[in-house]
Write a protein of this length. Structure first.
Length: 522
């Protein structure tokens, strides 16, 4: 299926060339004050930021503490999980293999992973490597993430086996819906073609020649012993401070190609310099051809531009390229990606025409990083000053207050509570979803107990809400992922179960709504 001409024209409008960085007069910016204001606006536990202009690092700064309840400060050497910023490393690894003639962007995925399949047989046959990387699979937002989020135990083989059972919500290549599982498959393509696991390939082919190997680890188990790392924080709705995340929430190796890398700001500035130089290392070695460097920044899937960026005229058109977001920003090419790991959010921006690279991260699951980056980018290249910290910070505070209020009103039991259709014991049993696996309901002295099977943190006693609806309040309220559990009853028998997140604050990777759990006969 080819792209409509209108989409190709739109993509060309964002022609993503690694442009030469030209020397510019650099505005006098108080980066430290911008970081302080951003951290205050989001009540951040800690933050880190680094800025490069014309190929030179002009600022590295930190604020706050690395772990609530300690005096351990954030430092410039600390490794941060950069989460989905890792996707650009996966696409760069594939670009290297394309340059070597070992992978083709538009070859079917089955060329490299023969067992790959989707819901529709035609899509299975025609799904390409490019499709893996551009969030146009037709699956709903975050589909299947519960396999590996927040502490799912799925291996890459489990992810591949699950894909044919995930129902699409739109046509293939019809629109944008962010996903992670396709990048897990992309990591398998790198591994099977190269004969090295994804982490080894990225370390040997990217980190080492670029000079990032002392400042980045391809996945958690590669972090050197004794290296300083930041602790992520989550907070229950309305809480005054974040709490350190449950260690079980740390990403497994399955996440690696979708979001497993850890870096400090120095490593991210090396990554920025590499791309501002068009895929050439500091020693002059070209790792990615000019053609493939252009390909990685070539927009493929349109993404919406709304809110403040559109209303103030800063941006009008956005596209998802190969592991990167590309957009116009204040008349310049803006190449970026964000990342969200449990308790940590990061953001990375390149503005090639000005030789600008910006990285920031916060150890709270809040949008402080992108706010800092937009504010600094505007200050560096914008024609009209915009106070993104003030605007985005105020919008965040309002949304947080509204979400907290919504949770309290939604979870309150209705005035008239309908009785259960059946005795409590009738709801106990095993429920099976074809992509997720088994979920178990048992009866205890306290009531019905839900065991989500793949997750240890998503297990809890259910509370009766009304009728055949129950509430699942997870023991860790900072997840903000509590769910309604609805049992289907037909002819006096419980036949199945569905779930949905209670709050709009719930991260999209808690895709309870994609589960279609059928009762397994006793």
């Amino acid at each position: 299926m080819s792209e409509p001409r209108s989409l190709r024209v739109a993509a060309l409008a964002l022609l993503a060339l690694p442009l030469p960085a030209l020397a510019h007069d650099v505005p006098a910016i108080d980066y430290a004050e911008a970081l302080r204001r951003t951290a205050a606006a989001y009540d951040s536990t800690g933050m880190v930021a680094a800025v490069m202009v014309d190929g030179e690092v002009v600022y590295t700064g930190v604020t706050g503490i690395a772990e609530e309840g300690t005096t351990r400060p954030v430092t410039e050497d600390m490794l941060w999980p950069i989460a989905s910023i890792s996707k650009a490393f996966t696409t760069t690894a594939l670009a290297i293999l394309v340059d070597r003639g070992e992978v083709e962007w538009d070859a079917p995925v089955r060329t490299y992973v023969p067992e790959f399949a989707m819901w529709d047989p035609w899509v299975s046959e025609h799904f390409t490597v490019r499709d893996l990387l551009t969030h146009r699979s037709g699956l709903p937002l975050g589909a299947g993430d519960l396999l590996i989020w927040p502490d799912g135990d799925a291996a890459p083989a489990d992810v591949i086996a699950a894909l044919p059972h995930l129902r699409p919500s739109t046509g293939f290549r019809d629109g944008y819906a962010y996903d992670n599982l396709m990048y897990v498959v992309a990591g398998e393509v790198v591994a099977r073609v190269s004969g090295r696991d994804w982490a080894t390939f990225v370390t040997e082919e990217l980190f080492q020649p670029i000079g990032m190997d002392d400042d980045c680890a391809a996945q958690m188990d590669r972090i050197p012993a004794g290296a300083a790392t930041v602790t992520g924080h989550e907070r229950a709705a309305g809480a005054d401070a974040g709490v350190p995340i449950d260690p079980r929430l740390a990403f497994s190796e399955t996440w690696s190609a979708a979001g497993g890398i850890f870096c400090n700001p120095r490593g991210m500035m090396e990554w920025g310099k590499f791309w501002l130089d068009g895929g050439v290392t500091a020693s002059g070695t070209r790792l990615v051809s000019e053609a493939q460097a252009r390909e990685l920044w070539q927009g493929v899937t349109p993404v919406p531009v709304g809110g403040t960026l559109r209303s103030n005229g800063s941006s009008h058109l956005g596209m998802y390229a190969l592991g990167w977001n590309v957009r116009d920003f204040e008349g310049h090419l803006h190449v970026s990606h964000g990342g969200g790991a449990p308790g940590v959010v990061s953001n990375f921006v390149l503005i090639p025409e000005h030789g600008v690279a910006i990285f920031s991260a916060t150890n709270d699951y809040r949008g402080a990083a992108s706010t800092f980056n937009y504010h600094v980018a505007n200050a560096l290249v914008g024609d009209s000053p915009q106070d993104y910290i003030g605007e985005f910070g105020s919008a965040f505070a309002a949304a947080e207050a509204e979400g907290t209020s919504l949770i309290s009103t939604t979870t309150a039991r209705p005035e008239t509570v309908a009785p259960l259709s059946l005795p409590l014991a009738a709801y106990a049993g095993t429920y099976r979803d074809p992509w997720y696996g088994d979920v178990t309901i048992t009866q205890t002295e306290e009531g019905l107990y839900l065991d989500m099977g793949r997750s240890a943190v998503l297990d809890t006693t259910l509370g009766h809400y009304s009728g055949d609806r129950f509430t699942a309040f997870w023991p860790d309220s900072s997840l903000k992922a509590d769910a309604f559990v609805d049992f289907a009853v037909a002819d006096g028998v419980v036949t199945g179960m569905t779930m949905q997140a209670i709050s709009d604050l719930t991260d999209f990777s808690y895709d309870f709504h994609d589960l279609q759990l059928t009762r397994v006969p006793d």
